[in-house]
Design a binder for this molecule. Structure first.
Ligand code: CP
Length: 308
């Protein structure tokens, strides 16, 4: 685990260890804990070339809690606006001794190119690439599910919304497959139906109510307008909510102890109602907290391998 680009690169044993380690952090009296400082003397750089609140902040908090120094590169005020390529920027930071790069980028395959260009022993972690991969989001989603459900192989997970443009859905599906998840329902209108080759074990539903029946976990997704070329809205936000919005009434189709997840940011009144987003079944804020724990676990385990 020198780099983490795709969740599918990890095996079940590694994911289980990451989840267990994250749970030990979460069980600390003062979360996030400060005592495990195995990133002392290490520098982590966040390079987010797309907007982020949760991922970038939680990597910063996680790395600092582990004793690292953190650089947040502000892309809009960096020399990239003068024409420097991302590869040259990374190599420049590498020459300054940066050890870990957390990178978010819209270009498919850019993370592999960056890894190939590295001169030193530095590490690359994918903070979200194109519509393909967001591995630490997948891990925090697995952690959230594990904390509430008995086993990945015994539950039905329903993902609702713009799945075609969702790297969150892709990474969660990869993680569920590795963890022997058996039932995955993808609920989306035709324009948001993904290439099902990426979801070999899943079933697609156009009808929200049908896809929600007996779900144990529901993941609502935002419509990713920024990724849709030639956006012509076939449905108004109100029509979309009518057909695909998660409401309290619709939640009754799921199992009683269903948990409702959302990677954020949430568009209230479009993919989810206020009462569901803030309701008793919602674990949306818990996902955010779990994001710090899983990123601490990842950094801690990657660094432990370096120290071996
Ligand atoms: N879930 C997620 O990636 O959120 P941010 O875009 O705020 O990082």
């Amino acid at each position: 685990m020198k780099h983490l680009l795709y969740l599918k690169e990890l095996n079940q044993s590694t994911i289980s260890k990451l989840l267990a380690k994250a749970e030990t952090f979460l069980s600390s009296k003062n979360f996030p804990p400060q005592e495990d400082k195995n990133l002392q003397g290490i520098t982590l750089a966040n390079l987010f070339l797309e907007p982020s609140t949760r991922t970038r902040s939680s990597f910063q908090i996680a790395a600092k809690r582990l004793g690292a120094d953190v650089l947040n590169i502000d892309d809009q005020h960096s020399s990239r606006v003068k024409g420097e390529s991302i590869i040259d920027t990374i190599q420049t930071l590498e020459a300054m001794g940066v050890n870990y790069f957390v990178i978010r980028h819209k270009e498919r395959g850019i993370l592999s190119k960056i890894v190939a260009s590295l001169d030193s022993d530095s590490h690359v972690i994918n903070g979200g690439e194109s519509v393909d991969s967001h591995p630490t989001q997948g891990l925090l989603d697995l952690l959230t599910i594990k904390k509430h459900k008995k086993g990945f192989d015994q539950i039905k997970v329903s993902i609702v919304g713009d799945i075609k443009h969702s790297r969150v859905a892709r990474s969660l599906a990869e993680g569920l497959t590795i963890m022997a998840g058996k039932k995955l329902a993808l609920i989306a209108p035709e324009e948001f139906k993904p290439n099902m080759e990426f979801y070999p074990k899943a079933e697609h539903y156009k009808n929200l109510d049908q896809g929600l029946v007996n779900a144990d976990v529901v993941v609502a997704l935002r419509v990713q307008k920024e990724r849709i070329e030639n956006l012509t809205e076939t449905m108004s936000p109100d029509d979309y909510f009518e057909k695909y919005g998660l409401t309290k009434k619709r939640l009754q189709l799921c199992n009683e102890d269903v948990i409702v997840m959302h990677p954020g940011p949430v568009n209230r009144g479009v993919e989810i109602s206020d009462e569901v987003a803030d309701g008793a079944n919602s674990v949306i804020r818990e996902q955010v907290t779990n994001g710090i724990a899983i990123r601490m676990a990842l950094l801690s385990m990657m660094q432990a391998e370096v120290m071996k």
